[in-house]
Design a protein around this ligand. Sequence first.
Ligand code: ADP
Ligand code: MG
Length: 147
Amino acid sequence: MAGVTTTAHYLELSVFPTSPYYARVHVQRVLEEWRRGDLVETARLVVSELVSNAIKASTPAVPVAEAAAHAAPDHVWLDLYRTREAVVLRVWDACRTPPVLCVPEPDDEGGRGLYLVDLLASSWGYHRPRSGGKIVWCTLADLPPTD
Ligand SMILES: Nc1ncnc2c1ncn2[C@@H]1O[C@H](COP(=O)(O)OP(=O)(O)O)[C@@H](O)[C@H]1O
Ligand SMILES: [Mg+2]
């Protein structure tokens, strides 16, 4: 897969329109490895929205030649991990601007992505690491304790 770097549960993706597809495939593979097939559909939807947003936020609104001069970000990443209680999905992009939850009107064409994440995830949020960019995270399920 061109423009894709993967190690364990981490996946780096090029800023490219097909990247949400690879994100869906990755999340499905990891959840199946963890025998959490019950979460796959929800996770595919959620990761699609988060990675689409990350790609959009990383895509320069200026012409490509100018963007190159400003060293436009060329990748986003995602990973998954498990805590005792939940599966956590994180998506990083280079843009420091926070995500904004919108409540869409029936006729609105956009603005549904985070609304969907808010409905489907147990919780979600974002933070801006010192190293740059931001991470939008969500928890996919509250897992029963293992002991
Ligand atoms: N990763 C992100 N980086 C910066 N802004 C974001 C990000 N994700 C979401 N946003 C902001 O939150 C808004 C709502 O996102 P969303 O509900 O997915 O709707 P849409 O993508 O259709 O605009 C976006 O329009 C954008 O302004
Ligand atoms: Mg969106």
